[in-house]
Design a protein around this ligand. Structure first.
Ligand SMILES: Nc1nc(=O)c2c([nH]1)NC[C@@H]1CN(c3ccc(C(=O)N[C@@H](CCC(=O)O)C(=O)O)cc3)C=[N+]21
Length: 285
């Protein structure tokens, strides 16, 4: 079987073109959406992601507010940077690029973001809103996964979805999105404590590999014709970036979201969508 490619890069470009139109309409009304990023330290991965996010903003007309702090920034330094962005009217929404240096408490920092400016949808209040099915910004990668599946008409209602990985930014909230009435999927969340991973992944119509374990999902872990999304990124022993899905899985899958080129670009497009959604809500007031 040749797997159909769920092309996140092309889909993200189409979404950015749609967003550029919405931003132009906002600008005509004097509303200029702005995305803030707080980057603490010099982790090369984080630096490249933040750079990409600002490049995306420029592409659609969202202004950038970039706050870079040194790795040894104190808790107080980060708190004052967040307080500034919380009160800056030019900042529609912002993110705190994760991971933070170990001496900083990530959850405490995320809880300091004004929930209405939480462009990542990772503030406890917004994750709570997601549980309660109340409106609020959605976490970008889960939202990107659902959007990619929708745009390729992958059936979700009644679908058996197996999510591998229970991280806060992907695995844990993804089940909440997919079990909303609007998606109506049945979700199994697997993790390092799962007794027999294959028993669950082989049963699934859709497998979302978000464990950050290189090559974890091989052909014998999936059913013939399954849809597979490669989300997890890790560094192999050779220092090269690897996805969670092994090349062998491509022979059995009916469709694959590759890595790179799949969910990553969708994550970035959803970040922009969260900012534009909020700018439009503010313009309606
Ligand atoms: N507060 C916060 N929010 C995040 O959303 C967040 C974060 N911290 N920390 C790190 C992870 C990782 N992440 C990615 C975003 C884009 C790509 C992406 O676009 N990847 C391209 C490849 C990019 C390249 O060329 O290296 C692709 O998959 O095609 C990947 C990973 C967001 N994250």
């Amino acid at each position: 079987m040749t797997a159909r490619i769920l092309d996140g890069k092309a889909t993200a470009s189409a979404i950015k073109a749609e967003l550029a139109v919405r931003v132009a309409a906002l600008r005509e009304r004097g509303v200029v959406p702005g995305l803030g990023t707080v980057l603490v330290g010099d982790d090369p991965g984080s630096q490249s992601y933040v750079k990409m996010k600002h490049r995306d903003c420029a592409e659609v007309g969202i202004t950038s507010l970039r706050v870079d702090l040194p790795a040894e920034a104190s808790d107080a330094d980060v708190r004052s940077a967040l307080a500034e962005l919380n009160s800056d009217p030019a900042c529609t929404g912002y993110i705190v690029q994760l991971p933070l240096p170990r001496h900083l408490d990530e959850n405490a920092m995320l809880a300091l973001i004004d929930p209405d400016k939480d462009a990542d949808g990772l503030h406890p209040l917004n994750l709570g809103r997601l549980v309660l099915n109340e409106p609020g910004p959605l976490p970008c990668t889960p939202r990107g996964i659902v959007e990619l599946l929708r745009r390729y008409d992958v059936p979700l209602a009644g679908a058996e979805v197996c999510v591998v990985g229970r991280g806060v930014t992907v695995g844990r909230p993804l089940g909440l999105l997919l079990t909303r009435r609007s998606e109506n999927s049945t979700v199994t969340l697997c993790h390092t404590g799962t007794r027999d991973l294959a028993e669950h992944t082989r049963r699934a119509d859709i497998v979302v590999a978000a464990a950050g374990v290189g090559g974890l999902v091989t052909a014998d872990l999936i059913r013939e014709g399954a849809v597979v999304l490669d989300v997890g990124v890790s560094r192999g022993p050779d220092g090269k970036l690897a996805g969670d899905v092994a090349p062998s899985a491509w022979e059995k899958a009916s469709a694959i979201a590759p890595n790179p080129g799949g969910v990553g670009p969708m994550t970035r497009a959803m970040l922009l969508s969260n900012v534009v959604d909020r700018a439009e809500a503010l313009a309606r007031r």
